[in-house]
Structure formats: C-alpha cells, structure tokens
Design a protein around this ligand. Structure first.
Ligand code: FAD
Length: 432
C-alpha cells in the first residue's frame, strides 16, 4: 500500500480532501490544470446563506494547502495516464511550461506590471483584462505567473522580452518545455468540479446578443471588490435601475438535455439579488422562478430575508428577452396569477446551471470509472455509496459527481479523504 493519495482538481473539494489526507499524516498530491488552485469558489463574491466573503474564507485554506509539509502541489498540470490498482496506482502527469522558473520566481509581480500586452481575463469572465504574463488572481497559490504564448509578443513575433528585462530574479525562461512526471499513489480522489451551462444554447434569452444579458458568474465578478468594476454593479459604466433574474437556465430543461436540478441556482440567485439591492440604491429587482429549492440549513430563512429586503419573486416561465430602446424586456407568464407580463430591465441575469466538465468523458475513460446519464461521474450507489466511484481505491468529491453547494462539497471531500486514509492505514489491501 503506497501511503499517498492523488487528488485531481484543486477547487474547494480537492483542497479539503488534500488537507484532510495531509493532516492524517499521509502524503497528498494535488494535480490542478489551472496555474493556481481555488476553482470556482475563488471567483465568487459572498457566499450564501451567511454572506461570508468567499475569498476571505478560502484564501487561508489555499495558503494552508500551499505550505503544508504533506501536500505537493502540481499546478498547470494534467493526468495523462493511470495504471495499476488500489494500493498501487501509477499516474503520469503532464506539467505545462509556465515559462517562469518556479524556484527562482519571488512573486514580486513586476513582470506583470511591465508587460505591455493586455488580454481578456478568463478569471473575470472576459469583463476585465489581464496581461500576457499573469497570475489568475492576486492571491494565487502558488504565486507564480505564467506566460500565455498565444498572446505574448516574444512567442508571436520574437520581440518585446519586457518581463525578462525587468525580472531581477532571472526567472523568465522562454526555453521551458512540457515535462512528464510519474507518481505513485495508494488511492485517488477525483475532484474536478463543473462547468457552467452555455447560455447561448438558450438563444431566446439573448445572451451574446444583448450586452445587458449576463450570467450569474459574470455578476459575481462585477460584485466582487477585486473584480473588474471594483465591486460596483455596472454595465458600460452605468448602474442598472431594473434587474431581472431568470432561474433554471439550462437546468430542469429537457430541451437542452439537462433534466436535473442544479441545486445551487435558487440560493445563489437570492444572494446576488440581495447584493444588487444592497449596492444599487432604488433598484427594482425581480426574480422569475419555477420553484424555490432552499434545502440547506438556514436557506429558507435566507430566501425570506431577501424577500423582506424588497426583491420581488414571480413564479413562471420566461419565453423571451428582447430589446426596447436602450433597455431589454423580459416576457414571461406568471403561473400563480395565470397571466402574461413584461418587465423592462437594464440588466438580465441568467442563473445558469452546472454541467459536467467538457473533459469528463476523457477523464472517466482514463481512470476507468463510469459516468451517469447526466454526464457527471457516477457514484457506486445513489444512497449508500456517494463517495466511491465503483473502482476500488478511486473516490469522488464535489461537483464532479453532481451539482452541490460548498457545504456539501466539503462534507463529501472529507468523507473521501477519510475513506482513502482508511485504506492507506492498512499496510496491505485484500480485495474481496
Ligand atoms: C454563479 C455561482 C454562484 C455560486 N455561489 C455559491 C454560494 O454562494 N455558496 C455555495 O455554497 N455555493 C455556490 N456555488 C456553487 C460552488 O461554486 C460549488 O459548490 C463549488 O465551487 C464546487 O467546488 P468543486 O471543488 O467541486 O469544483 P470546482 O470549483 O469546479 O473546482 C474544480 C477544480 O478542478 C480543476 N480541474 C478540472 N478538471 C481537471 C483535470 N482534468 N485535471 C486537473 N484539474 C482539473 C479545475 O480547474 C478546478 O480548479 C455557486 C455556483 C455558481 C455557478
């Protein structure tokens, strides 16, 4: 039994799992495909129902992961093959070149200041800019930038090299190449999370057609003090006077093949509606919903609180969003009153559902685990085995197994770590 656990994915679920494994005295590797750990949670503003600032509760955990003596972080890396069996997995990992020497870089940030090339920031959902050499966000772990060769003038034209000139540590290395690493682990925890439903697949809502139609994750970035508008809820420099939220975009919708409920959208809509009300004086906020699912501890009370703050909830289906002058109009039917209505707005926010990651099939094939009919990774039993994958020694944690909130991700991750450590605690494994 190799006394180490490989955790694939460094979102909240992967981090929690690795910390629990590390604190139990075993070695944990985290393989994260992005340049930093953090996952979706680090993109959020406040979190429901407590309205804690997401970064404030997550960054201490990220720092703990980064400095833990039992945790080895492999960022900007992906698993390319896995062989072996419970107790003795052999995993090959591809480490992409950062073009920055991790040993030498001091994280001073001067390279990013001096880089003259600006690109849309993926982290800010294209609403803000980053440089061609960048860290995903200021509190990135590790705090080491990467060069994006698709936008770097040196890679495109052989010119510039400003980052190299100003780097006192001599850490810029344009010659860096992709590397392969092999590690051994007794157990694997998959924590690769989710993607956001592509709102363009519901063209009737006008996403991608009207600038005033945005997704909830985009609103998270606008609302965030460290985001592109420094926390001001603004589009094109203007505060909206009317905001309409449309729930269940890409969830509970057979027309797009997603019959399941994404579980978090009712609650994050309530949270964002509350934040908009708080930040924009006099704004009218309306939520168009099908049903309200507030299943967690304190969630029902939170929905009530938001309604008391003046957020209007209207039950019914939205049929379309169209332009009228400078504003957009949401056309819907109120199924409680049994009448159609129209609501003018300056901002429409789509509560897009959670979908399996684009590479979920590839990952499942690579690890020889199954996916359910919804495309998420399949647990061994829907009631009694939500953590096991069905392959001995491979466990699931967080949204890779199905949509869930942060609370449930953390619980499942701790469960997966407990089961993995339980295996590792025996010096050999006898399969039944
Ligand atoms: C708009 C919005 C608002 C939300 N607000 C709240 C809230 O207020 N409260 C709340 O409880 N929940 C909220 N949620 C839900 C919350 O985001 C999730 O519960 C949580 O972030 C899921 O964590 P995770 O670790 O499972 O997945 P993720 O956060 O998706 O992390 C997965 C990680 O794995 C990495 N990865 C993926 N594939 C691979 C691979 N093949 N190899 C290596 N690494 C890989 C990814 O890069 C990522 O870092 C919200 C969701 C949305 C969309």
């Amino acid at each position: 039994m190799i006394p180490a656990v490989l955790v694939i994915g460094g979102g909240i679920a992967g981090m929690q799992a690795a910390l629990d494994v590390g604190n139990a005295g075993f070695k944990a590797y985290i393989v994260e495909k992005e340049p930093s750990i953090g996952g979706h949670m680090i993109q959020l503003d406040d979190v429901f129902p407590t309205l804690d600032c997401s970064a404030c509760i997550l960054t201490p955990k990220m720092t703990e992961v980064g400095s833990h003596s039992n945790i080895e972080l492999l960022t900007y890396s992906e698993v390319i093959s896995a062989t072996g069996h419970v107790g003795d997995f052999k995993v090959r990992i591809k480490k992409k070149p950062r073009y920055v020497d991790e040993e030498r870089c001091t994280g001073c940030g001067i390279c990013q200041q001096k880089c003259p090339w600006k690109v849309d920031s993926e982290f800010d959902m294209g609403l803000g800019k980053r440089k061609a050499i960048y860290t995903l966000f200021p509190q990135a772990v590790p705090n080491i930038p990467v060069i994006d060769p698709e936008h770097c003038a040196y890679f495109l034209k052989g010119t510039c090299r400003a980052c190299e000139r100003f780097c006192e540590a001599g850490a810029i290395d344009f010659q860096q190449r992709e590397r392969e690493i092999e590690i051994e682990a007794g157990a694997i925890i998959v924590a690769t999370g989710y993607d956001i439903f592509d709102a363009r697949l519901k063209p009737e809502y006008g996403y991608g057609k009207y600038n005033s139609v945005i997704t909830a994750l985009e609103l998270e970035r606008l609302s965030c003090a460290s985001g592109p508008t420094e926390g001001k809820i603004q589009l094109n420099g203007k505060e909206p006077q009317g905001v309409v939220f449309i729930q269940c975009v890409g969830s509970r919708d057979k027309t797009v093949g997603n019959e399941y409920c994404s579980r978090v959208c009712c609650m994050y809509t309530a949270k964002l509606a509350y934040l908009v009300k708080e930040k924009v004086p006099g704004v009218k906020v309306t939520v168009c919903y099908i049903d309200i699912r507030a299943f967690g501890k304190g969630y029902e009370q939170f929905i009530e609180r938001v309604q008391k703050e003046g957020v209007i909830y209207r039950r019914g289906n939205v049929s379309e969003v169209y332009r009228r002058g400078n504003r957009v109009v949401v056309r819907a039917e109120d199924t409680l009153l049994g009448e159609p209505y129209e609501e003018e707005a300056d901002m429409v926010v789509l509560a897009t559902g959670l979908v399996p990651r684009g590479d979920a099939r590839e990952l499942a094939n690579l690890l020889n685990i199954s996916r359910g009919s919804d495309g998420f990774l399949l647990e061994s039993h829907p009631k009694l085995g939500e953590i096991e994958s069905g392959v001995e020694g491979i466990f699931l944690a967080g949204c890779c197994q199905g949509p869930k909130d942060i609370t449930d991700c953390v619980i499942q991750a701790s469960g997966a770590a407990g089961m993995a450590c339980g295996l590792l605690a025996r010096d050999r494994h006898y399969s039944l």
